[in-house]
Design a binder for this molecule. Structure first.
Ligand code: UD1
Ligand code: UDP
Length: 394
C-alpha cells in the first residue's frame, strides 16, 4: 500500500515525524513524503532534526502570505503530486491550510484521506481561526479519523463521525518522548544545548513565552506585550520568547519589547532546543496548541493566552489554565504562579492525558488492518465528555 504523507508547518512536522518513521519501518507500506513548505525555515528545522527526507518539496511559502493565496497555490502544486504518486491514501495532520487543501485535492481525485489529530473542537469557528473550520472540513472528507483522545472521539460522535474514529493518543507525545529520552541519556548533549542560553541567570526563574495565533493579531498582541513589559520589572523573572517568523508577530513584538531588560526575544528554536528550554522553564505562557499538550507531560504549568481551547483535558487535570489576552489577567496569573508555591506545585503535577508514546504505532497498525487497543479508554470518565471545550472563567 502506497501512503503519501503531506504536511508543511512546524507543528505538523513535529507531530508527523514519528508517524513517518513508523511508516518507513512497516514492510507492507510504501511511504512517500510531500512537504508543502507552508513554513520554509521552521519546517526545515524539524525535518533536519528527525532526519526526514521529503520525496516532494513544494516551497509554497510567500512572505506574509494570505490564506486564499496560500490555499490556491497549494491546490495547484499538490494536484500534480497526487497525479504522479497515485497513492492508495494520503495522511494529513491537524488543522492547517496545508491539511485542508491536501484533503480537498485528494477528495476531488477520489483518494482516501486519513486525518491524524482528528476531532479537536472549540465549537467556535472564530477561535482558533481559521483552524476550527479547517479541522472540521478535513474530518468530513476523511474515511479514517485518528482521534488523539476519547474526548476528541466524543466530539466526532456528536457529528455522527464516530464510526470512522479510532483513539490513538497524540503523536506529539511520541515526538516528545523520543526527544526527552535523548536528553535524559546524554549529559554532554544537555550541556551543549545549554550553551545556546548563556543569558539565563540562576537567580531568576524563566517564563517561556510563545505566541502566534491569527485571532490575537493587533489588539491581542498589544495586550500580551503590555503584560510582558510589566512582568519584566519583577526581580525574580526572566522572559524568553522565541519569536514566530510571521511578520504580524515579529513587527509589533520587536517594537514593543526589544529594548526591555529581562526579555530575550530570540529566533524560533529547533525542537530539541525548545524541549530543553521547556525543561528549564518555571512557567510557560503560550497560545500554541502543541505546547499545551507537551508541557503537562514535562510537569510544567501552562497559562494559555486564548479564551477557549480545543484541548480541555489538561485544563481538567489542573496543569493548564486559560488566561485570555487581557494584560491584567495575564500579569495576575503569572504572578500567582511565581508568588504562591502551593499553586505552582499543584500545577506541576505530571499528567499525560494526550498520549503514551505509542500513537504512531497504533496509526500504522490500523493502516495495515491490524486490530488495536485504543488509547485512554480505561481512564475516560463519561461525565467529562459533556463539555466540548474548556472556556475561560471570567
Ligand atoms: C500556521 C497555521 C497554524 C499553526 C501555525 C504554527 C494555518 C492557517 N495556520 O500559522 O494553524 O498553528 O502555522 O506555527 O495553516 N514564516 C516564515 N518562515 C517560516 C514560517 C513562517 O517566514 O518558516 C512567515 C511568512 O511570512 C509566512 C507567515 O510567517 O507568510 C505566516 O505563515 P502561515 O503558515 O501562513 O501562518 P502561521 O501563522 O504560521
Ligand atoms: N516549537 C519549536 N520551537 C519553537 C517553538 C515551538 O520547536 O521555537 C514546537 C513546540 O514544541 C510544538 C510545536 O513547535 O511541538 C508547536 O508549534 P506552534 O506553536 O507553531 O503551532 P501550534 O501547535 O499552535 O499549531
Amino acid at each position: 500500500m502506497k501512503v503519501l504523507s503531506i504536511f508543511g508547518t512546524r507543528p505538523e512536522a513535529v507531530k508527523m515525524a514519528p508517524v513517518v518513521k513508523a511508516l518507513c519501518r512497516e514492510t507492507a507500506i510504501q511511504s512517500v513524503v510531500c512537504v508543502t513548505g507552508q513554513h520554509r525555515l521552521m519546517l526545515k528545522q524539524v525535518l533536519d532534526l528527525f532526519e526526514i527526507k521529503a520525496d516532494y518539496s513544494l516551497d509554497v511559502m510567500q512572505p506574509n502570505q494570505t490564506l486564499n493565496d496560500l490555499g490556491a497555490r497549494l491546490i495547484a502544486l499538490l494536484d500534480p503530486v497526487l497525479d504522479t504518486v497515485k497513492p492508495d491514501r494520503i495522511l494529513v495532520h491537524g488543522d492547517t491550510t496545508t491539511a485542508m487543501m491536501a484533503a480537498l485535492t485528494a477528495f476531488h481525485r477520489h483518494i482516501p484521506v486519513a486525518h491524524v489529530e482528528a476531532g479537536l473542537r472549540t465549537g467556535d469557528l472564530t477561535q482558533p481561526w481559521p483552524e476550527e473550520m479547517n479541522r472540521r472540513y478535513v474530518d468530513v472528507v476523511s474515511d479514517l479519523l485518528f482521534a488523539p483522545t476519547m474526548q476528541a472521539k466524543t466530539n466526532l460522535a456528536a457529528e455522527h463521525l464516530a464510526g470512522r474514529a479510532i483513539v490513538t493518543g497524540n503523536t506529539v507525545i511520541d515526538a516528545l518522548r523520543l526527544t526527552t529520552s535523548l536528553l535524559a541519556l546524554d549529559e554532554q548533549l544537555r550541556q551543549r544545548l545549554d550553551t545556546h542560553f548563556p543569558y539565563l541567570m540562576p537567580g531568576r526563574k524563566t517564563l517561556l513565552v510563545t505566541g502566534h495565533r491569527r485571532e490575537n493579531f493587533g489588539a491581542g498582541f498589544a495586550e500580551i506585550c503590555d503584560a510582558l513589559a510589566k512582568l519584566s520589572r519583577r526581580s525574580d523573572i526572566q522572559i524568553v520568547y522565541p519569536l514566530h517568523l510571521n511578520p504580524n508577530v515579529q513587527v509589533p513584538v520587536l517594537a514593543a519589547l526589544s529594548r526591555l531588560p529581562n526579555i530575550h526575544l530570540i529566533e524560533p528554536l529547533d525542537y530539541l532546543l525548545f524541549v530543553r528550554l521547556m525543561q528549564r522553564s518555571h512557567v510557560i505562557l503560550t497560545d500554541s496548541g502543541g505546547v499545551q499538550e507537551e508541557a503537562p507531560s514535562l510537569g510544567k504549568p501552562v497559562l494559555v493566552m486564548r479564551n477557549v481551547t480545543e484541548r480541555p483535558e489538561a485544563v481538567t487535570a489542573g496543569t493548564v489554565q486559560l488566561v485570555g489576552t487581557d494584560s491584567a489577567r495575564i500579569v495576575a496569573a503569572v504572578a500567582r504562579l511565581y508568588d504562591d508555591d502551593a499553586a505552582w506545585e499543584q500545577a506541576t503535577r505530571r499528567v499525560n492525558p494526550y498520549g503514551d508514546g505509542r500513537a504512531s504505532e497504533r496509526i500504522v497498525d490500523v493502516l495495515c488492518g491490524r486490530s488495536i487497543k485504543e488509547f485512554g479508554a480505561e481512564h475516560f470518565k463519561p461525565a467529562e465528555a459533556t463539555h466540548l471545550a474548556a472556556k475561560i472563567l471570567q
